[in-house]
Structure formats: C-alpha cells, structure tokens
Ligand binder design. Structure first.
Ligand SMILES: [Zn+2]
Length: 206
C-alpha cells in the first residue's frame, strides 16, 4: 500500500519534472528534490540509527521517551546531553527537509530518510555552515551543534532527537546504535602477515 503510494508519487514527480524542465532553475530543482524524497518512500525505513551526537555512547542516554512534559504533553523523543557546541551528526542518510526555528525546538533541522521517516534535531546552538533544504546527507554529515535554544533554555545543553513515521512519533532509543570508534590511520608494520583477500563479501549493513 505504502510502497504503491510512494512509487506513484515518485512517477508523478518525474513526469512533472520532465514537463517543466523547460522552465529550468529553482522550480526544476524543487521538483527533482520532490522526486528524490518520493523515492525515499519506496525504501525500507532504517532499522539502525547512528548515534547523532559526537563522542556520546548509547549507555549515556537516559530513556525519557513519553516522560510527562507539563500536564498535557509527553516527551516525543530522546534527549542526548553533551557540551554546548558538540557536533550533531545525521543519524541516517537522506535529505535535509527543513531548517528553522520554533518555540519548543528552538533552532531545528529535519532530515527525511528511507521510508519517508523524518528525523528531528532540536535545540541547536547553531547550524552547520551550508546546511540547506534539499542537501543530501549521510551519517557523517554535521547538521549543527548542541545548544539550549527553544524550551531547553536554562537546561544543560542537549540534542532533542525525534523520529516521526507517517503515523506519528516513535521511540528512537531502540534503533540507536553507537558509532564505530574513529578509524586510526596508521602504517601497517612490514612484518605483519597479509590477510588473504576475501573472495566475496557480505553487505556490511546491519
Ligand atoms: Zn527533548
């Protein structure tokens, strides 16, 4: 059902893009972007999210999913605490979907990923230079920096991280995985025995 809808939207996007390609410029770019986004809907949503704050491990995240916030609201995400200015990295690949400020979130970035899921990054102290709607991102793209904007003013700096499906917010915590430790580049000693090259390799994802 969802698959069919996504494909249909994608095809309509492509047809429209071709129809107006003569116009060129911004409209064409926008339609290309819509086409790319529509294409994401045809893909399976990510089952594993790279921890979106540099140098934080999953063990350090206290589960606050659906914790009461005031009298009429539940916490629809996870808060990841880190010093102000710590880089926020995209948890998935996808495209920047929205960049902007709102009352609760302060400065925010949203990324749309596979399955049409939207990943919401809030309370940013600042945006990464050059972050704009439509930019492709990977799990190594810096989106911005940890801060206290929006309703995080007066709290320890943290990233509010939300994951939205077409039917609403889901708990990101079970999906979050630690990032691999940074790979150290060093010269291999000459005497180290060489590994036999692998004939075939399984996909490393999940
Ligand atoms: Zn939060």
């Amino acid at each position: 059902m969802k698959r069919v809808t996504g494909t249909t939207i994608f095809l309509v996007g492509i047809i429209l893009a071709v129809m107006v390609s003569g116009l060129g410029g911004a409209i064409y770019d926008k339609l290309i972007f819509y086409g790319r986004v529509a294409r994401l809907y045809t893909k399976e949503a990510d089952s594993r999210l790279a921890l979106p704050v540099q140098d934080v491990t999953k063990r350090q995240i206290a589960n606050t999913w659906h914790a009461p916030r005031g009298t009429d609201r539940l916490h629809e995400g996870q808060d990841i605490f880190a010093p102000k200015g710590t880089p926020i990295l995209s948890a998935t690949s996808g495209y920047v979907y929205n960049v902007g400020a709102n009352n609760l979130g302060g400065q925010t970035v949203s990324v749309i990923g596979a399955g049409g899921r939207v990943y919401y990054y809030a309370h940013l102290d600042s945006y990464a230079p050059g972050i704009e709607v439509g930019n492709p991102v990977t799990t190594s793209t810096v989106l911005g920096y940890v801060g206290t904007t929006g309703n995080a003013q007066g709290t320890p700096p943290h990233l509010h991280f939300g994951v939205y499906t077409s039917s609403g917010a889901i708990n990101p915590l079970p999906l979050i995985a630690d990032r691999a430790a940074p790979v150290l580049t060093r010269t291999r000693p000459a005497e180290t025995p060489r590994r036999r090259p692998l004939v075939s390799r399984r996909p490393s994802a999940s």
